[in-house]
Design a protein around this ligand. Structure first.
Ligand SMILES: NC(=O)C1=CN([C@@H]2O[C@H](COP(=O)(O)OP(=O)(O)OC[C@H]3O[C@@H](n4cnc5c(N)ncnc54)[C@H](O)[C@@H]3O)[C@@H](O)[C@H]2O)C=CC1
Ligand SMILES: O=C(CO)COP(=O)(O)O
Length: 331
């Protein structure tokens, strides 16, 4: 299959490489022109995925035309806050029948839209009928090293989900289909907010009890929000919900958890983000998630405390005390 991949960060590069290794003809679009220009020589994304030599079937470009024109499948993997502008450019070249897959995890600021809703707003009529959403516990570096990984892909039409499942599955990357786009997307977006909180807890010096409580009550919160938007509780108990939540709240490779750890140790958000080239989606998603919970009138205490730590300079330790001293209730 001829596949275009938009976004040459660690995840886009890893997925493009996986598809190329499976024999697909893949063109990876990178935002950074110089990186796109040196990759054909070095075959190593030294900025976002250093140490991984990329497959010969993989081509690189900084031109939307070259990546998108004539593709049968288009994979979107930019940070969620720029997916709108990246996809709008891509639509100028998008073939009428091409399947679109989003692997970005986040909720757009201000509009509070999921990536599927952004595609619907920006794309041609009927775009959702040929779109799919990939999510689940998958650190790029572990997939690049071919460590066994399982993810989920959701689409409105089963035939689209199956086509994406077949294109991406390998002997180390197992893809399950799902029909619940909202559940898959919100699971992937909201786990990043809880991962920040789990990092804060670790940075403050708390232990496994605290982390387990955050994961479990975080999942309750994610499930309440996702079901209020039409998602299915079973999806949140699956790979894109609990699976990714456990991975990101416990894994040292998580950028979101790492930002939380530094916050818990007392560093400021601007200082932490200033030293980071990669994206910690949870920071901006916290703002959207907080506003979405208020809009839908959903109780979301962990998201709310995370919002206050990030955007109202609330001391992390006070946030934990406030969480523990909420009115007692039934589970
Ligand atoms: N890295 C991972 O292990 C995984 C990441 N994801 C998701 O994939 C998405 C992309 O993340 P990563 O690949 O990790 O990114 P990254 O953090 O490795 O790199 C940042 C990316 O943002 C791009 N970028 C920055 N400003 C841009 C702009 N104005 N327009 C277009 N692109 C711009 C950079 O070129 C680079 O590709 C995120 O939504 C993330 O949550 C999902 C699963 C796993
Ligand atoms: O989404 C991810 C793994 O599934 C990556 O998590 P981080 O963005 O926190 O590194």
């Amino acid at each position: 299959m001829k596949i275009g991949v938009l976004g040459g960060g660690s995840w886009g590069t890893t997925l493009a490489n996986l598809l190329a290794k499976s024999g697909h003809e893949v063109t990876l679009w990178l935002y950074e022109r110089e990186l796109a220009e040196r990759l054909p020589r070095t075959r190593e994304n030294d900025v976002y995925l250093p140490g991984v030599i990329l497959n010969q079937n993989l081509a690189f470009t900084n031109s939307f035309d070259k990546a998108v024109s004539g593709c049968e499948m288009l994979l979107l993997v930019p940070p969620s806050q720029v997916l709108r502008q990246v996809f709008a450019e891509a639509c100028r070249y998008l073939p009428g029948q091409a399947i679109v897959v989003s692997a970005s995890k986040g909720i757009e600021n201000d509009s509070l839209l999921l990536m599927s809703e952004v595609l619907e707003e920006v794309g041609p009529a009927g775009i959702l009928e040929r779109s799919a959403f990939l999510s689940g516990p998958s650190f790029a570096r572990e997939v690049a090293a071919e460590m066994p990984t399982a993810v989920a892909v959701a689409a409105l039409r089963p035939a689209v989900a199956t086509r994406v499942q077949k294109a991406f599955s390998t002997d180390y990357f197992r893809v399950y289909t799902n029909s619940d786009i909202v559940g898959i997307e919100l699971g992937g977006a909201l786990k990043n907010v809880i991962a920040l909180a789990a990092g804060v807890s670790d940075g403050l010096g708390f232990g496994h009890n605290t982390r387990a409580a955050l994961i479990t009550r975080g999942l309750a919160e994610i499930t309440r929000l996702a079901t209020a938007k039409g998602g299915q509780p079973a999806t949140l108990a699956g790979l894109a919900g609990m699976g990714d939540l456990v991975l990101t709240c416990t894994g040292d490779l998580s950028r979101n958890r790492s930002v939380g750890v530094e916050l818990g140790k007392g560093r400021s958000l601007s200082e932490i983000l200033g030293g980071m080239q990669m994206v910690a989606e949870g920071v901006k998603t916290t703002l959207s998630a907080y506003q979405l919970a208020r809009k839908l009138e959903i109780e979301a205490p962990i998201i709310s405390q995370m919002y206050q730590i990030l955007y109202e300079d609330k001391p992390a330790r006070t946030a934990v005390i406030d969480l523990m001293q909420r009115d007692l209730k039934a589970e």
